[in-house]
Design a protein. Structure first.
Length: 192
């Protein structure tokens, strides 16, 4: 590959240069701030910059959002400390989803087979009642099915089926999730 030949091609960040600068120097530092631990203020700032966010959303300190105008968050969503929503493409997080500490949602990649290392983007969609556990990574183009769990430190570049617990790198199905059973949240081994 030739990085001196790299270009964004037809990619567009989706906002004016002024809006991007204001977000980068004003909005993003306030949302990420550990000195401003108040969720509703962070939600308000994200909305001001174009994010569509529902009610009862909790945003912890250290959260990074690349482009709020490409973010849709439902009701009663938790976004944990130091989560990074790297949304070059849209990210949709439905109702009652927990995105835990240190999670990385990555919507961009590069075509390593092309000399110009072309940028490739694809959206992420996390359906209702799912849990992306701490330090997990979700790649471009992934849909996390309703009620799915991606366990601690897991990595997925493939979509996850509803009501299945996944673990590992690459994430593999561990067992079916049954609501109301505590052991489903802390799988200890592969089970049917």
């Amino acid at each position: 590959m030739r990085l001196d030949k790299y270009t964004l091609g037809s990619y567009n960040p989706g906002a004016s240069y002024l809006q991007q600068l204001l977000w980068y120097f004003l909005g993003s530092p306030l949302v990420k701030s550990h000195w401003l631990p108040i969720s509703f203020v962070k939600v308000g700032i994200l909305r001001l910059f174009g994010a569509k966010i529902g009610n009862g959303v909790r945003i912890k300190p250290g959260v990074r959002v690349k482009f709020p105008w490409r973010l849709i968050v439902g009701n009663y969503v938790w976004i944990g400390e130091d989560a990074w929503i790297d949304n070059l493409a849209p990210v949709v997080i439905e109702n009652h989803v927990c995105v835990s500490q240190g999670v990385y949602l990555c919507t961009g990649n590069h075509d390593w087979n092309q000399p110009d290392f072309k940028l490739i983007t694809a959206p992420i969609h996390i359906e209702e009642s799912s849990w992306i556990a701490a330090k997990s990574v979700v790649g471009p183009g992934v849909t996390v099915g309703k009620g799915a769990i991606l366990a601690l430190g897991s990595v997925t570049g493939q979509s996850l089926e509803p009501m299945i617990i996944y673990a590992g790198n690459p994430a593999q199905p561990v067992k079916k999730r049954r609501i109301g059973q505590t052991e489903d949240f802390f799988p200890s081994s592969v089970q049917e």
